[in-house]
Design a protein around this ligand. Sequence first.
Ligand SMILES: Cc1ncc(COP(=O)(O)O)c(C=O)c1O
Length: 461
Amino acid sequence: MLSREASVKELLAETAARATRYGTKINDRRVAPLPEDVARLDALVGPLPEYPCDPAEVLALLDDIGSPATVATTGGRYFGFVIGGTLPAALAANWLAGAWDQNAAMQVMSPVAARLEEVVQAWTLELLGLPRNSGVGFVTCTTMANFSALAAARSAVLARSGWNVEEDGLFEAPPVRVVVGEEVHVSVLKALSMLGLGRSRVVTVPADEQGRMRADALPPLDEHTIVCIQAGNVNTGAFDPAKEICARAQAAGAWVHVDGAFGLWGAVSPKYAPLLDGVGDADSWAIDCHKWMNVPYDSGLVVVREAEHLGRALAAGNAAYLAQSSAREPWQFTPDSSRRARGIELWAAMRSLARTGIREMIERNCRQAKLFADRLRAAGFAVLNDVVLNQVLVSFGSPDQTRRVITEVQADGTCWCGGTQWRGQTAMRISVSSWATSDEDVERSAAAMVRIAKSVISSRP
Ligand SMILES: Cc1ncc(COP(=O)(O)O)c(C=O)c1O
């Protein structure tokens, strides 16, 4: 019988070997799993066993059955939704952080997690040109970043009417008006619904043909208004005109929140920064890190210019055993208390790529989006958006033809793209968001799309 130490060592070595095999073979496999591999997941189902077994057996079962049923989102040819891969340094840090098993809630629980959050906070604010004294919370995703930022906004605008929403709730509270663009992301509406502000009570401003909120159509604003703008439309990649909107909002005392899930990362490049002109004048921002920063799930950042609004909105009550300190306490900036230390991977990703590497990754993906558009246009297909960032929308003819091409692209396995509706047209969405995507991946994927589209079109008169 192996000692406990020896068996843990063997198990972790075996895990590393299996994970390495998965990671290094990812570009040789199909992107979507085969239906028969998904069907084999039945082998993981069943009643809870009565007796323990060897962890090595559990690992083998998970890898043998689970790995083939994954989607190769961490490879170079996944272009669905907006999904990044995992940078090598971030994955390595994730493994080590898993071994550390730190609770990132408080300084006293994990000095390393707390310190790395402070470092990442400073790096991110500087990199994205956001106010250096902002409050920053390390949340799970942009949905939670939108939620947290809008909780801070709700608190601040109600406080202006002398209303304490944290203590007194929303019953009989003074009205808060929320303005969104016609192309607002559903996660903002979800956040508003969770905050008691309602998805349907919003004032919706029309958008132009690229999905940008029309600043000339903004309603009158006041200090009880929250304006939600977008940096990076999920379909087109377009940016709302932040400069004009922030100037109008500031003059009226309104709060501006920016959903910058992936688009805010454009600020790292002098080529794309002009698209974000004025974004830094807002009051709060939601940023995703598992998308374009290419760290493992789940990772997002909420940033609020005046940190006290975020702290007030997310403060827990006092409990004697939860010692407070005068230092930055991570849990005061997130809806969660206990949580994993996701800042560790972000630190590793940023430390390894550094400023030039992050810029190169963003610029490469944007160039690759243009390459996709060029190849598809050259084959005779219509690109429906101005390719300003990393998103491409393409139509393959009639809605039915486009839907069939999407289904067959997914089944073919060379790459993976999803579908959408854009201004009444059915389109395939291509989002280039992975550090792992090479130009060869783009050429191979574009060739597969063209081959499949031609065959779909020729199969029907
Ligand atoms: C603009 C925008 N906002 C919010 C989200 C939601 O992000 P998450 O899934 O991380 O909550 C997305 C996702 O693609 C997005 O593109």
